[in-house]
Design a protein around this ligand. Sequence first.
Ligand code: FE2
Length: 295
Amino acid sequence: MSFTLAHLSDPHLAPLPEPAWRELMNKRATGYFNWLRRRRFIHDASVLETIVADLEAQAPDHIAVTGDIANIALSAEFTRGRGWLESLGNPRDVSFVPGNHDIYVPEAAAFAARQWGAQMTDDEGVAGFPYVRRRGPLALIGLSSGVPTAPFLATGWLGTQQLAGLAEILVKLAREDVFRVVLIHHPPVTLAARHKRLLDATVLKRVIATHGADLLIHGHDHRHMLNWLDGPRGSKVPAVGVPSASARPGTSKDAAAYNLYRIGGVPRAWTCEMISRGIGANGEVTEIGRMMLTP
Ligand SMILES: [Fe+2]
C-alpha cells in the first residue's frame, strides 16, 4: 500500500486584479504598494502553471495547499482562487488551509469560507478548524493560522480553542492506525523575523510533543525548510516547508517547487519518502531532492 500526497503552498495568484479605491481604505493599501513595488516581480502565473502541470503528471492521490492563494484579499482574488483550487481536482482530493494573505482584512474570512469552503471542510461536510479529512492511510488535520493583523505584520495565531481541538484530535487519532498529517500556513520553527511568526508556536510544539503527529507541512517563509519537532517518548516529527509555487527563479527566496510524500509501510511502522521537484533557471521542473523522513 502506498499513498502519494502532494504539497504546494503560497501560489499568490498573479497578476493582482485591479482594486477598487474603496477596497484600499485599510491594510490593503500597504499590501498593494508592496505588490507594485516588489511582489509582482516575484510571483508569476506561468511559473505556477508549469509547477501544477508537473505535479499533475505525478498523479498524486491527494493535494494539500497551505495558504496564500490571495495577495491582499480583494474579493476578486477569492472567486479566481476558487477556479484555481477547482482546477487542481475534485474538492475531495484537495485540502486547503488559509494563510495571512488570505485573511488579510477582517471581512476576508467570510470570502474564504464562501469560495473555498469545499476544500476546508471535514468528512461530514462541516466547516471550521481544525478539520479532519481521512484519505487512504492518512488523516489530514487542517489548522488556520491566518488572522487579520495591523499593516506590516504577517504574524499567525491559532488560539486556545483551535489548539485544544488539535490536542483532542491527535489523542483520538493516536488510537487509530492512521498517518497523521498536520496542515498549517505558518511554520512552527523559523528564522524569520518576529513580525512574521506564528505567535503561539510554543503551544503548538507542546501539543505535538505531548500527542505526536507523523508529519507537519507548512508554507509562509517561501523556502525549503525541514525542522524536527519533539514528539512523545523521544520521537521526532518532521516539519517541512515549501517555497511559493509561483516564485520565479533568481529572486531572493527559493524558486517555485512542491513536495511529494510517498507513504507506505504498515500502521505504527509507516514509511515516508519526500521528493522535492522544483523549477530551474531554464523553466523546467526536475527532481531537486529526495529523502526518507522515517527510519
Ligand atoms: Fe506567502
